[in-house]
Design a binder for this molecule. Structure first.
Ligand SMILES: [Zn+2]
Ligand SMILES: [Zn+2]
Length: 140
Protein backbone atom coordinates (compact mmCIF):
# COMPACT_ATOMS: atom_id res chain seq x y z
CA UNK A 1 0.00 0.00 0.00
CA UNK A 2 1.38 3.42 -0.86
CA UNK A 3 1.51 5.76 2.11
CA UNK A 4 -1.50 7.67 3.33
CA UNK A 5 0.08 11.09 3.35
CA UNK A 6 -1.32 14.33 2.18
CA UNK A 7 -1.82 18.01 2.74
CA UNK A 8 -4.05 20.96 2.10
CA UNK A 9 -3.54 23.26 -0.87
CA UNK A 10 -1.24 25.69 0.97
CA UNK A 11 0.57 23.07 3.07
CA UNK A 12 -0.26 24.50 6.52
CA UNK A 13 -2.02 21.23 7.36
CA UNK A 14 -0.57 17.83 6.56
CA UNK A 15 -1.28 14.32 7.76
CA UNK A 16 0.06 10.82 7.73
CA UNK A 17 -1.50 7.50 8.69
CA UNK A 18 0.25 4.33 9.79
CA UNK A 19 -2.78 2.21 8.83
CA UNK A 20 -4.37 0.92 5.68
CA UNK A 21 -7.77 2.29 4.76
CA UNK A 22 -10.78 0.59 6.34
CA UNK A 23 -12.97 1.70 3.46
CA UNK A 24 -12.96 4.11 0.57
CA UNK A 25 -16.30 5.63 -0.28
CA UNK A 26 -17.75 8.29 -2.50
CA UNK A 27 -20.28 10.55 -0.80
CA UNK A 28 -22.89 12.38 -2.86
CA UNK A 29 -24.51 14.12 0.11
CA UNK A 30 -25.29 17.80 -0.27
CA UNK A 31 -23.02 18.78 2.64
CA UNK A 32 -20.00 17.04 1.08
CA UNK A 33 -20.88 18.57 -2.25
CA UNK A 34 -21.07 22.05 -0.81
CA UNK A 35 -17.90 21.69 1.25
CA UNK A 36 -15.86 20.25 -1.61
CA UNK A 37 -17.26 22.57 -4.24
CA UNK A 38 -17.67 19.64 -6.61
CA UNK A 39 -20.03 16.77 -7.35
CA UNK A 40 -19.02 14.39 -4.55
CA UNK A 41 -16.27 13.74 -2.05
CA UNK A 42 -13.91 10.77 -1.84
CA UNK A 43 -13.67 9.64 1.75
CA UNK A 44 -10.80 7.37 2.79
CA UNK A 45 -11.64 5.90 6.19
CA UNK A 46 -8.61 5.21 8.39
CA UNK A 47 -8.36 4.38 12.11
CA UNK A 48 -8.35 7.75 13.90
CA UNK A 49 -5.72 6.53 16.38
CA UNK A 50 -3.11 6.02 13.67
CA UNK A 51 -3.58 9.39 12.05
CA UNK A 52 -1.12 12.19 12.79
CA UNK A 53 -2.13 15.72 11.78
CA UNK A 54 0.45 18.49 11.58
CA UNK A 55 -0.94 21.99 11.91
CA UNK A 56 -4.25 23.04 13.42
CA UNK A 57 -7.29 22.64 11.22
CA UNK A 58 -10.44 24.60 11.82
CA UNK A 59 -13.52 22.50 12.48
CA UNK A 60 -17.02 23.10 11.18
CA UNK A 61 -19.85 20.85 12.31
CA UNK A 62 -22.71 19.76 10.12
CA UNK A 63 -25.62 17.72 11.43
CA UNK A 64 -26.23 14.31 9.89
CA UNK A 65 -29.76 14.23 8.53
CA UNK A 66 -30.32 10.57 9.36
CA UNK A 67 -28.01 10.05 12.28
CA UNK A 68 -28.85 13.25 14.11
CA UNK A 69 -25.22 13.45 15.16
CA UNK A 70 -22.63 15.98 14.05
CA UNK A 71 -20.00 15.43 11.40
CA UNK A 72 -16.88 17.40 12.35
CA UNK A 73 -15.38 18.72 9.16
CA UNK A 74 -11.73 19.67 9.60
CA UNK A 75 -10.40 22.11 7.04
CA UNK A 76 -7.50 24.48 6.53
CA UNK A 77 -8.34 27.97 7.77
CA UNK A 78 -5.79 29.49 5.42
CA UNK A 79 -6.58 27.91 2.05
CA UNK A 80 -9.96 26.29 2.79
CA UNK A 81 -9.15 22.73 1.73
CA UNK A 82 -11.31 20.12 3.46
CA UNK A 83 -8.95 17.61 5.08
CA UNK A 84 -10.77 15.14 7.35
CA UNK A 85 -14.29 14.47 8.55
CA UNK A 86 -15.10 12.63 11.76
CA UNK A 87 -18.59 11.43 12.66
CA UNK A 88 -19.29 12.14 16.33
CA UNK A 89 -21.05 8.79 16.76
CA UNK A 90 -18.23 6.81 15.07
CA UNK A 91 -15.17 8.82 15.99
CA UNK A 92 -12.74 5.92 15.89
CA UNK A 93 -12.62 6.41 12.11
CA UNK A 94 -11.28 9.52 10.37
CA UNK A 95 -12.44 10.09 6.82
CA UNK A 96 -9.58 11.65 4.91
CA UNK A 97 -10.62 13.63 1.84
CA UNK A 98 -9.05 11.55 -0.91
CA UNK A 99 -8.22 14.48 -3.15
CA UNK A 100 -5.75 15.77 -0.57
CA UNK A 101 -3.55 12.65 -0.71
CA UNK A 102 -0.09 13.20 -2.17
CA UNK A 103 -0.76 10.12 -4.31
CA UNK A 104 -4.48 9.45 -4.70
CA UNK A 105 -3.98 7.31 -7.81
CA UNK A 106 -4.17 3.94 -6.03
CA UNK A 107 -7.31 4.39 -3.96
CA UNK A 108 -10.38 2.63 -5.29
CA UNK A 109 -13.83 3.56 -4.06
CA UNK A 110 -15.75 0.48 -3.00
CA UNK A 111 -19.05 2.03 -2.12
CA UNK A 112 -21.12 5.13 -2.76
CA UNK A 113 -23.28 6.91 -0.23
CA UNK A 114 -26.24 9.23 -0.61
CA UNK A 115 -26.95 8.07 -4.11
CA UNK A 116 -30.38 9.68 -3.92
CA UNK A 117 -28.68 13.07 -4.21
CA UNK A 118 -26.16 11.99 -6.88
CA UNK A 119 -26.11 14.57 -9.66
CA UNK A 120 -27.85 13.19 -12.75
CA UNK A 121 -24.83 13.63 -15.01
CA UNK A 122 -22.50 11.73 -12.65
CA UNK A 123 -22.33 8.16 -13.91
CA UNK A 124 -22.00 5.33 -11.49
CA UNK A 125 -18.26 5.10 -11.68
CA UNK A 126 -17.61 1.40 -11.61
CA UNK A 127 -19.30 -1.93 -11.89
CA UNK A 128 -22.43 -3.02 -10.08
CA UNK A 129 -20.14 -4.89 -7.71
CA UNK A 130 -19.71 -1.71 -5.80
CA UNK A 131 -22.17 -1.10 -3.00
CA UNK A 132 -24.62 1.74 -3.42
CA UNK A 133 -26.55 3.23 -0.56
CA UNK A 134 -29.38 5.61 -1.23
CA UNK A 135 -28.58 7.49 1.98
CA UNK A 136 -25.78 7.40 4.56
CA UNK A 137 -24.06 4.49 6.26
CA UNK A 138 -25.79 3.21 9.35
CA UNK A 139 -23.21 3.58 12.11
CA UNK A 140 -25.27 1.83 14.84
ZN1 LIG B 1 -4.05 25.18 3.61
ZN1 LIG C 1 -21.23 13.36 2.56
Amino acid sequence: MPAIEGRCLCGSISYTSTDEPILVGICHCTDCRRQSGTAFSINVGVPAGGLTITGTPKVYETMGTDRGEPARRHFCGDCGSPIISVLADADDIAFVKGGTLDDPSWIEPELELWEESRLPWVDRIESEERGYFSRGLNTD
